[in-house]
Design a protein around this ligand. Structure first.
Ligand code: MTE
Ligand code: HPA
Ligand code: MOS
Length: 775
């Protein structure tokens, strides 16, 4: 089908915010005309790049013979570490991520060299022909291996308050337990890809699927040995990022740029799906161990909890991710005496990275496991035990890291959801069902979410924007945020349309580019709309203020008397269309272009002790999930989900609802079906959809009710909205606990031992253990 431009959208009325407005690219997504990097027409002379990979998890490289690679028909260039003019590294925080391994390899799939060829097929075929001689070294693969070898990528961190040991000793009840949770592949629809085009005099233009154009720019410039100003990175959209493109696009951008620089020809590197899964980092898998002391009602008096994570071969974002795990190991619960210890292990596996929630889900699953174990141990409804542990008023409102919880609403979300989901009646019905059903068992769980909004690396909480108004009254918007499907472009356009009082059809947003807005942060930490919305608001306000001053003088009124709405600027009975005003202002030599900037206020946290206020505010949610399990096969099915989620006063409820639904299902995939298996040699055995199962549309429950509470953020965010990208991911913890509830109903007493993901195998083992059938 020949791509046709979509028909002009109907003018969208003012006000543009707090409205259900479809994603700006929705018609293009549906028509297949939204352009991703691989859809760009091939430039003349385009080379295709493929990468040679390590076959060993940990080994010294004794020699690499690339002669057969070079001789393969169509191969134009082969690059190794010796061919890098600048620095052989793309580490985002610490320089420990070589582009091309030189003497040492530290994971299976590590990049050794790049091949550029006339066709993708030739490049990929040639890349497999290298002859590499290795001297194998002992490989640390699992968390257990790393613990035994005392192998750390970063020093451990600890947050402690009160007297956990004393309170444990004196508590009426105590319990200890462990929980292992798996990692997760991002499985973005569009894999990692970059296309580099060399320009004149050392310039390099890169189309890249990245959440962090500025970082790609910087790391590519450093590899090329050039200043940042020579490199432009451009991103119109990603086919999903989910954190997997927060840091890990740089390696592929650098390889494409190195080839383009060396050959003087444009170069594209698109990973094959299997290679993408093998070569890129994932969610960190964690092992948790805890000791808890509590009273008869299940109220936690003492908690000593240890979080151990597999970081992989390099630092990447593991520091901030594990910090965020610590910051979420309280979730909604006041922990008077607490010790949280975090170990960040170095392993000879691919370097794990950001993934929706960024350590938060791991910390939260840990504490939710503790609370559930306590409830099962005491024979209480877990919902009741959750409730007695909630943050409360003075004396129960400070997190382990010293931040006062001022905006707590999980208790009222729980009350509302318990009623609207008919939780108690369903629990009773489930008990009756289970009593009469020996094979199928049902379970239900209600869990809360409190997620901290702001980058925990405080300096990243800044954003810039650039707004142009043309003399026909149309507006072109650019900001540092990237679009990965979450609807950021739409939301920020709404904000700008609202400032000028014009329809959304008058605002066009252009691709994110490092030469338009510089020094940006990754679009991450769910803060995209908070940061870029406010920066764009500020830019638009600057222009609006100039227009107001200009027009007020013409009318002899005060600038504050003007109102911008419905495409007109008015004061009393005077009116001028926005379009006419921009033309008049231009003729009077008023600047119609402005930059805007925003830095999040109030945040302040000590990098070492983690004490302080890392977050501007918290986003909340609660979910009830009901499941049925088959105790003979371990299969599970999600029957129903009821969600109540907090988006503040939503900028765009329909987009936020999409985020909540998608995040829940992605979280459910993490906890119930997606399983990463590394063998003892460090090879990922689940590197394709044939062996790695993500949820499909058939896994969405028939009953899937999502309600947003429409309550303003108490902090001054853009239109009092709240971030929504990551928080609802953790609503899926309710599905996992519903499975545990069903397992508990299959026999036995006390806490249920079930690691995540709760695959059929694990559920079956857990059921058989409850029934005394395991050896
Ligand atoms: N939604 C879609 N459709 N695709 C994505 O890749 N990434 C998630 C979330 N929602 C993602 C998504 C992650 S990990 C984050 S941090 C936020 O979107 C980033 O965007 P925001 O800050 O604009 O919410
Ligand atoms: N979230 C996402 N990315 C980050 C963060 C965070 O809290 N800190 C540093 N990078
Ligand atoms: Mo999201 S994990 O912060 O990119």
């Amino acid at each position: 089908m020949s791509p046709r431009p979509p028909r002009a959208a109907k003018p969208i009325p003012f006000p543009a915010v707090h409205r259900d407005i479809r994603h700006d690219s929705a018609p293009l997504h549906v028509a297949g005309t939204a352009r991703y990097v691989d859809d760009m027409p091939d430039a003349a002379g385009l080379l295709h790049v493929a990468l040679g990979q390590s076959e060993k998890a940990h080994a010294r490289i004794l020699s690499i013979d690339l002669s057969t690679v070079r001789a393969y028909p169509g191969v134009v260039a082969v690059l190794t570490a010796a061919d890098i003019p600048g620095m052989n590294d793309v580490g985002p925080v610490v320089p420990d991520d070589p582009i091309f391994a030189e003497n040492l390899v530290e994971y299976v799939g590590q990049c050794l060299f790049a091949v550029a060829a006339e066709t993708r097929h030739a490049a990929r075929a040639a890349a497999r022909l290298a002859k590499v001689e290795y001297e194998e070294l002992p490989a640390i693969i699992s968390i257990a291996d790393a613990r035994a070898a005392d192998s750390h990528i970063l020093p451990p961190k600890r947050v402690e308050r009160g007297d956990p040991d004393g309170a444990l000793a004196s508590a009426p009840h105590s319990l200890s337990g462990t929980l292992a949770m798996g990692g997760q592949d991002h499985f973005y629809l569009e894999g990692q890809i970059s296309m580099a085009t060399p320009g004149e005099d050392g310039d390099m233009h890169i189309l890249c699927s990245t959440q962090h154009p500025s970082e790609v720019q910087h790391l590519v410039a450093r590899a090329l040995g050039r200043p940042d100003h020579n490199v432009v990175v451009e991103v119109r959209r990603m086919g999903g990022g989910f954190g997997g493109k927060e840091t890990q696009a740089s390696l592929f951008a650098a390889c494409a740029a190195l080839v383009a620089d060396r050959t003087g020809r444009p170069a594209k590197l698109r990973l094959d799906r299997d290679d993408d899964m093998v070569m890129t980092g994932k969610r960190h898998d964690f092992e948790v161990a805890y000791k808890a002391g509590f009273d008869d009602a299940g109220r936690i008096l003492a908690l000593d909890i240890t979080l151990e994570s597999r970081c992989g071969m390099s630092t990447d974002l593991s520091g901030a991710i594990n910090d965020r795990a610590i910051f979420h190991a309280d979730n909604c619960y006041f922990l008077p005496n607490v010790r949280i210890t975090s170990y960040r292990y170095k392993t000879h596996t691919v370097s794990n990275t950001a993934f929706r929630g960024f350590g938060g889900p791991q910390g939260m699953l840990a504490i939710e496991g503790v609370v559930d174990d306590i409830a099962q141990h005491l024979g209480l409804d877990p919902l009741a035990v959750r409730r007695v542990n909630f943050y409360g008023g003075p004396g129960r409102d400070v997190t382990p890291f010293g931040m006062k919880v001022e905006d707590f609403i999980a208790d009222s979300l729980f009350d509302r959801l318990e009623a609207s989901s008919h939780y108690q009646a369903r629990r009773t019905a489930i008990a009756a069902f289970n009593a009469a059903s020996p094979v199928l068992k049902r379970g239900i769980a209600c869990t809360p979410v409190k997620f901290g909004i702001s980058f925990t690396t405080s300096f990243l909480n800044q954003a810039g924007a650039l707004v142009h108004v043309y003399t026909d009254g149309s507006v072109l918007l650019n900001h540092g945020g990237t679009e990965m499907g979450q609807g950021l472009y739409t939301k920020v356009s709404q904000v700008v349309a609202d400032v000028f009082g014009i329809g959304l059809d008058r605002v066009r947003i252009s691709a994110t580019r490092t030469d338009k807005v510089p020094n940006t942060s990754a679009t991450a930490a769910s803060a995209g709309a908070d940061l870029n919305g406010m920066a764009s608001f500020n830019a638009a306000r600057t222009i609006r203020d100039r227009l107001a001053v200009f027009q007020a003088a013409r009318w002899g009124v005060a600038p504050g008397d003007l109102s911008f709405a419905n495409g007109f600027v008015t004061a009393g009975d005077k009116a001028i269309s926005f379009e006419d005003l921009t033309r008049q202002a231009y003729l009077a030599r008023v600047s119609l272009s402005a930059t805007g900037f925003y830095a999040t206020p109030k945040i302040d946290v000590d990098k070492e002790t983690l004490i302080g206020r890392p977050f501007y505010y918290f986003a909340y949610g609660a979910a009830v999930s009901e499941v049925v399990i088959d105790t003979l096969t371990g299969e599970t099915k999600l029957l129903g989900v009821d969600i109540l989620h907090d988006c503040g006063t939503s900028l765009n409820p329909v987009l936020d609802r999409g985020q909540v639904e998608g995040a829940y299902i992605q979280g459910m995939g993490w906890l119930t079906m997606e399983e990463l298996v590394f063998d003892a040699a460090g090879r990922l055995r689940t590197h394709a959809p044939s062996t790695y199962k993500i949820p499909g549309c058939g896994d969405v429950p028939d009953h899937f009710k999502v309600d947003l509470i429409n309550q303003p953020n108490r902090e001054e965010t853009i239109h009092r909205s709240k971030a929504v990208g990551e928080p609802p991911f953790m609503l899926a913890i309710s599905a996992y606990h519903a499975i545990k509830h069903a397992v508990a109903a299959s026999g036995g007493t006390g806490a249920v031992k079930l690691d995540a993901p709760a695959t059929p195998e694990r559920v079956l083992v857990a059921v058989r253990a409850r029934r005394g059938l395991m050896p």
